[in-house]
Ligand binder design. Structure first.
Ligand SMILES: [Zn+2]
Length: 237
């Protein structure tokens, strides 16, 4: 085992688990999706390009520096082509520890139809734990242009729908927690979509959102976005 692998053994194992869970839930199919975990100021664990996430094993997880130079890679592995999105987000958001980009069915359906709906407050837990899901406009995958589409919204949000593409979730803890947040957003999106099919979903009232914002203040909990960017949760809705 490489010394860097030894140093980050627990985090690499958790990354492999998150990859497997994402594949099992079909949040990623074929070679889609990518996951990363900032384990130090100049150390990012990241998934390799051109691999099914369900097949990723311990040695497949790469370690890159903040400038994307590869610090560890098993033979023939290269980082995901979306490494620029991940490193760009880490550079702008020092509070973020892990990132998942995936194509979960229900979130992606909103990215294809009415992404603005997921900027509304529907359910208390996603409002408290993630906040509104911001929209990033379409750009071709694997380009610098796609990474730049996050610029207008990156400082005030922790979750994103990528138009006609998929979703990105940011987390202040490791990948296991990041996966939980993605799972919560996906099931919420499913509930909202089904409610719309049944006859129309009703969002939380302004008063209800203010109540949730009050709860966060009382708990001294972190708000979405970079530290200090968002003063009040209710301002985001
Ligand atoms: Zn994608």
């Amino acid at each position: 085992m490489h010394t860097l692998q030894k140093q980050f053994e627990r985090e690499i194992n958790e990354t492999v688990e998150a990859c497997g869970a994402a594949a099992l839930r079909q949040y990623v199919t074929s070679q889609g999706g990518n996951l990363s975990w900032r384990v130090g100021p100049d150390r990012v664990l990241i998934t390799p390009t051109k691999m099914n996430k369900g097949k990723i094993r311990f040695d497949d997880v790469l370690i890159v520096g903040a400038d994307s130079r590869v610090l560890f890679a098993a033979e023939k592995r290269e980082p995901t082509g979306e490494v620029r999105i991940h490193l760009g987000i880490y550079a702008k958001r020092p509070d973020i520890v892990s990132i998942i980009h995936a194509h979960p069915t229900w979130l992606t359906a909103f990215a294809l139809s009415k992404p603005e709906l997921l900027q509304m407050p529907w359910l208390p837990e996603p409002v408290i734990e993630v906040g509104p899901v911001a929209l990033t406009e379409y750009a071709q995958p694997l380009t610098e242009d796609l990474a730049r589409k996050f610029d207008p919204v990156i400082m005030r949000h922790n979750a994103f729908l990528m138009r006609n593409h998929g979703a990105v979730v940011l987390c202040r803890e490791g990948l296991s927690r990041c996966f939980e947040l993605l799972e919560m957003l996906e099931t919420s999106a499913k509930s909202v979509a089904i409610a719309q099919m049944i006859g129309g979903a009703t969002p939380l009232s302004r008063e209800a959102v203010k109540g949730l914002a009050e709860t966060l203040r009382a708990r001294n909990a972190r708000l979405p976005g970079a530290p200090g960017e968002v003063k009040d949760l209710a301002d985001l809705y």
